[in-house]
Design a protein around this ligand. Sequence first.
Ligand SMILES: [Zn+2]
Length: 214
Amino acid sequence: MSSTAAIASGRSADRAAARRWRPRVTHPRREVDPGAAERAAADLLTALGLNLVDENLVETPRRMAHALIEMTSGSDFELTTFPNEEGYDELVLVGGVPVQSLCEHHMLPFVGVAHIGYLPGARILGLSKFARMVELHARRPQTQERLTKRIADHLQEELGPHGVGVVIEAEHTCMSLRGARTPGARTTTSALYGRLRDDPRSRAEFLALTRRSP
Ligand SMILES: [Zn+2]
């Protein structure tokens, strides 16, 4: 390759890099000890009166430990964003994104949907990344309130948008299967920033669209 061609291809590579910004989003690493988790699961099940010698249950502590590790480990991904070259400034809403997480008070699942909207500023987010972002933040024990805010904060940091809104509706099995036993009761949380919080028209449009989503 001639030096001119090398410079030209270097420039186009620079331009391509400037067009696409793909920060790697990583899940905070925890110390996970599968063997200790398995032994602890066996102790818990034994304390609950289960006979782990039973051939149907002999593998249960291992399965239980691995299920919990999986449900509390998010996978890393590249958060692909693009320059907002068209100057699109209307609301972008992705509704009905599945949410599966664990309540940190009971270690029981809460399950529902997230509706995520933003008013684009300098950059826009690849649409498939909304679900990845929800999954990344959902896979850890927490409260629904904190999950909602974490997703909104993350979008705010990465996109510098004019507004961000996240609404999560979920059923908590710690409420529906035990305690108050209220199956079907849904908890709704929201985090609204920028114009989606402060401008009544944008806020009303966002909330109306989230109500229409499944
Ligand atoms: Zn709970």
